[in-house]
Design a protein around this ligand. Sequence first.
Ligand code: IFM
Length: 453
Amino acid sequence: MPLQFPGNFRFGSATAAYQIEGAPHEGGKQDSIWDVFCRVPGAIVNGESGDVACDHYHRYEQDVAMMAGLGLDTYRFSVSWPRVLDGDRVLSEGMDFYSRLVDELLGKGIRPWLTLYHWDLPAALPGGWTNRDTAEKFVDYALALHERLGDRVHTWTTLNEPWCSSFLSYAAGQHAPGGTDIADSLRAAHHLLLAHGLTVQALREVAPQAELGITLNFTPAIAASDTEADLSVARRVNGTANRFFVEPIFTGHYPSDVLDDLAEYWPDDLVHEGDLAAISTPIDLLGVNYYTTNVVRAGEIEAGPTPHVSAPDAVQVLRDLPLTEMGWEVHPEGLRDLLNWLHTHYTGPAGVPLVITENGAAFDDRPDADGYVDDTADRVDYLRRHLGAVHAAIDDGVPVQGYLVWSLMDNFEWAMGYAKRFGIVSVDQNLRRTPKASAQWYGQVARTHQLPD
Ligand code: IFM
C-alpha cells in the first residue's frame, strides 16, 4: 500500500549559496570566509572552490523552472551575507538578485524558505564567530534582508547546522576558517546561538506573523556495548553533536554534563547575563538535518583536531550497512528514532513542529551518454526509506510538517569539492542540468503526496 502524507505536508529541496551560486565578486561582493579558505593549499580536495559552482547566480530562472517542473512546492535557499552587505553598506545588486529569485519562485507557485546563514560569513569581520560582535552584526544583516524581502518571504531560518560552523570550523579545522582551538570553537558555538536568539527576537518584532526557526544537524551516536567506556563516549559525542544546540534553545541552559566535560576549555566570561534567555526565545519550527547514525566505541585518544571536542577517544564501528559515497551508513530507522527523541524531550513540550530541512545522499553516479543518471538502486532507495521513516514518525505522533531533499542539484560539497554528488539533478562540467531518476521519482511523490511501495 502506498503511504499517504498529509495534504499540507511540504515537499521541496534545499541548497546553499556558496555551494551553487558562483559569481564570487559580482555586484561588489567581498570575500566570505569560504572564498578565503578555498585558497588555502590542501584545504579542499583538488583545490576546488565555489567560484563557479552551478552558476546559479546567472541561471536561477532555469533552476526555478526545473523545480516547478518536478512539482516541488518549497525551496530552501541561503543568502550570502557578503553578497548583500559590505560592512553596513547595502549592495543593491546582491539584494536585487535575491529579490528576483523570490519573485521567480512565487511566480511558479513555490514557497521561498530563506536561510540567513549557511556558513559564508564575510571574511572582513574581525575574529569571525569567536567575536561576540558578530552576533550583533548578524541581527543587522537579518533586518536589512527582511526589509527587502520580508513582504514576500514568510519562512526564515537563522542558522544552518551551527555544529559545523563551530566545532568543524574552529576546532577540527575542516571547514572555514580552519581553526583548531577548542576554546575558540566554544566561543563560536555560543555566539552563533546568541546570533540566532537575538535575530529571532528582532525579526519577531518586525514580523510577528513570520515563521521563524533554526536548522540543526543531528548524527545520533549509539554505544557499541554496555561497557562504561563505550556508554561514556556515546554520551559525550551525543552531548556536543546533538544536545549542545537543541538543549539551550528549548530549555534555556547548556547540558550540564557537557559543561563538565568541557570545563577546562570553557572561556571565562563567555556567557553574559540574558544570553540564554535570548537563545531560548520561542521558535515556530525546528529544522532537522539527518544523514546517518553512528555506532561508537571508546578507543585511543585521537591526536590532533577533531570535531568531537569532548570525545577525542570516539571510534566509529561500522555495521553491515550500505555506505554512501561520504562513507556514511544508510540507517533510516535512526531518523524515526531521532524525530521521536526530539519530540519527547524538546519540541513536543514546546509545541513546536519539525521539518526535515535536509536529507539525501551522495552516490557513485554514472551518467549515460546523454548525461542521464539512473540512481534507482541507491538514491531513490535511500529517499524512499527515509521518507518511510518520516511517515512512521508521523504515525508515532510526531508533528513533522515537511521534507526538503538535499540537494536540488549536484554542487560544491565544501572540503570534499565536486566529487560528492548529492543532487537529484546532475550538473555536468558544462553546467548542463539533467534530472536523475531520483528527481522524477521524488517529483511524483511531491505531486501525489504518496510514497509508492
Ligand atoms: O552539503 C552539506 C550541506 O551544506 C549541509 N548539510 C550536509 C550537506 C551534505 O554534507
